[in-house]
Design a protein. Structure first.
Length: 256
């Protein structure tokens, strides 16, 4: 299961079912769980934990030092869940002390070729980063978000669940759940209705998401006025509450 040209530190914790391709390099503090495949010329280093049934393609760099001038070699981590696909030349960096020390990727994500996940980012499950999509440090990407090719996200920015960001977009503010964003700087252009219907959202949930969307983006209200109006709504579905809570808790400000 391990090619004879692969270099694996004897201190690494590699499940016997892991397959490692030619010329791969795996460092001392790496842990890889059952059924994961590591392609040729891949480098996995640092305090990196990788779950089960992941596929890491050739020339990926996983767990390298963060690209942060404040980083001074302190112990920091990268934790990757299960069934993720990490394609060619993807780069994923460990966390920093200032950011909590951990970069996290949950389950069932697809990181296409040349995508970059910087230090202290936190990705939910079923996230897709298309080719060369880039996350700066401390970004948070919620479940089922999709970032188009060549898009870039500013540090400390949050991307809500079920968001679609168009290719080439430059994202400088938080993107609210269920929305489509595009442009430089990215602005909201609508609701991701196609994605929500594909994922089985009920008609009631869709109706309330549309209602919240209109209050925030179509009634020319200040953000605090929109939140005050939304607080008066009764019996919001769980999906609509996610939308409202995201807006209320935004630290960077939401794209309008």
């Amino acid at each position: 299961m391990i090619h004879p040209t692969a270099i694996i530190h004897p201190g690494a914790n590699i499940d016997p079912t892991v397959e490692v391709g030619p010329y791969a390099v795996i460092g001392e503090n790496v842990s890889i769980d059952a059924g994961t495949w590591v392609g040729p010329h891949t480098v996995i280093e640092g305090w990196t934990e990788i779950g089960a049934e992941n596929r890491i393609y050739q020339f990926a760099s996983v767990g390298a030092d963060p690209q942060d001038l404040k980083f001074a070699g302190e112990k920091s981590y990268l934790k990757i869940g299960d069934r993720n696909r990490i394609r060619e030349f993807v780069t994923i960096h460990r966390g920093t002390e200032d950011g909590g020390g951990i970069t996290r990727i949950a389950n069932d994500c697809l990181l296409m070729a040349y995508a970059h996940v910087a230090h202290d980012c936190n990705l939910g499950s079923h996230v897709i980063l298309a080719n060369a999509a880039t996350l700066a440090g401390h970004c948070e990407v919620d479940d089922y978000a999709i970032l188009g090719g060549l898009s870039a996200v500013h540090q400390f920015t949050r991307i809500g669940c079920h968001v679609m960001i168009s290719g080439g977009s430059m994202v400088a503010q938080d993107i609210s759940p269920y929305c489509i964003a595009q442009g430089d700087r990215a602005e909201i252009s609508g609701i991701n209705l196609v994605g929500l219907k594909r994922r089985g959202f009920s008609e009631q949930a869709l109706a309330q998401i549309k209602q919240v969307y209109k209050v925030v983006f179509r009634q020319n209200l200040r953000l605090n006025e929109a939140i005050e109006k939304l607080d008066g709504f009764d019996d919001l579905t769980a999906e609509a509450k996610v939308f409202v809570d995201f807006i209320r808790n935004s630290q960077r400000g939401i794209a309008r």
